[in-house]
Design a protein around this ligand. Structure first.
Ligand code: NAD
Length: 294
């Protein structure tokens, strides 16, 4: 029987767990965890994401600060703000919402974030620590997927995990995490990408298939074997007459036919997506406890 992995439920459970911990911290006179978010410009989607992150902080009892900057902010000005956040002892962790306006070099900005406050887990030092299996902040989406696998007690050791996609925020870190000597992990990993020849040959051998390529309903039933565990990261907005909003979200996996062959599967929406916020809050709690950098 197919088990649907409910990311919405797990995300709320994690938020409740963190809220309970924050209560204890406060009752013991400890410092309230404090997350800051920097938003440059007026990109609608980014405003929504940042708004949701700030709201989640408030809900669980964190302190939050939103630094809203004009689209015309220069790289130098942003670096100055980042320097201020790095040196602000009340702020435990912060994120700079991506993408940034074209005139700002994202890499320069990510590298300027103090690694101990990099709760998005994008700083090269934290990526390196992830690869070395040292304490670090894992990037939000991969961290969320690891939580789903762990909380659904999915057996990963010795399994063949196929990852489709090699982006720096999903596919690459996911393939590293699944190969590490951890639980979840200990998989034999095959990483596939746009230049992979005969993709189906690999996907048919997957015990666990993690799909992050951004092409709606790309993975079909003939590409997977019976009993596969499917993690669908893709989110594509397509026009729809079925919804009031006039659009719906599709994953990278043709859900109906692939779920019929799967042992576990994440739906879209309601699978991986809701975990992003939970991951950020978990990282911020770690930052406030100085768990990663003493
Ligand atoms: P990206 O566009 O940066 O990378 C896509 C990857 O897919 C590339 O590495 C490319 O090599 C690979 N690819 C493209 N076509 C392919 C093909 N035909 N066969 C094999 N590989 C192919 O993607 P991303 O930023 O990792 O995002 C992927 C999807 O996941 C998008 O739909 C995005 O919206 C979604 N996403 C969701 C979340 C979430 O929270 N659920 C988070 C991040 C991204």
């Amino acid at each position: 029987m197919t088990q649907i992995i409910d990311g919405k439920l797990i995300s709320l459970q994690i938020q409740d767990e963190i809220a309970a911990e924050v209560k204890i911290i406060k009752a013991n006179g400890g410092k309230t965890p404090h997350l800051a978010a920097v938003l440059v410009g007026n990109d609608g989607a980014s405003e929504t994401y940042v708004g949701a992150k700030v709201k989640a902080c408030e809900k669980i009892g964190f302190k939050s600060t939103l630094v809203k900057l004009e689209a015309a902010t220069t790289e130098q000005e942003l670096l100055h703000i980042i320097d201020g956040l790095n040196n602000d002892t009340d702020i435990d962790g912060y994120i700079v919402q991506l993408p940034l306006p074209k005139h700002i070099n994202e890499h320069n900005i990510v590298e300027a974030i103090a690694p101990q406050k990099d709760v998005d887990g994008f700083h090269p030092q934290n990526i390196g620590r992830m690869a070395l299996n040292l304490p670090t902040y894992l990037p939000a989406t991969p961290y969320g997927i690891m939580q789903l696998l762990e909380r659904y007690k999915i057996d990963t050791a010795g399994k063949h995990c196929v990852v489709i996609g090699r982006s720096h925020i999903v596919g690459s870190p996911m393939s590293i995490l699944m190969a590490r000597n951890t639980n979840p992990g200990n998989c034999t990993v095959t990483m596939c990408h746009s230049r992979t020849a005969n993709l189906k040959e690999f996907t048919l051998k997957a015990d666990i298939l993690i799909v992050a390529l951004g092409k709606a309903e790309f993975v079909t039933a003939d590409m997977v074997k019976d009993g596969v565990v499917v993690v669908d990261v893709g989110i594509t907005r397509v026009p729809s007459t079925e919804t009031k909003s006039g659009f719906k979200l599709l994953g990278d996996v043709k859900y109906d036919e692939v779920s019929a062959k799967s042992s576990f599967i994440t739906p879209v929406p309601g699978g991986v997506g809701p975990m992003t916020i939970a991951s950020l809050l978990m990282n911020t709690l770690k930052a406030s406890r100085r768990e990663v950098y003493k």
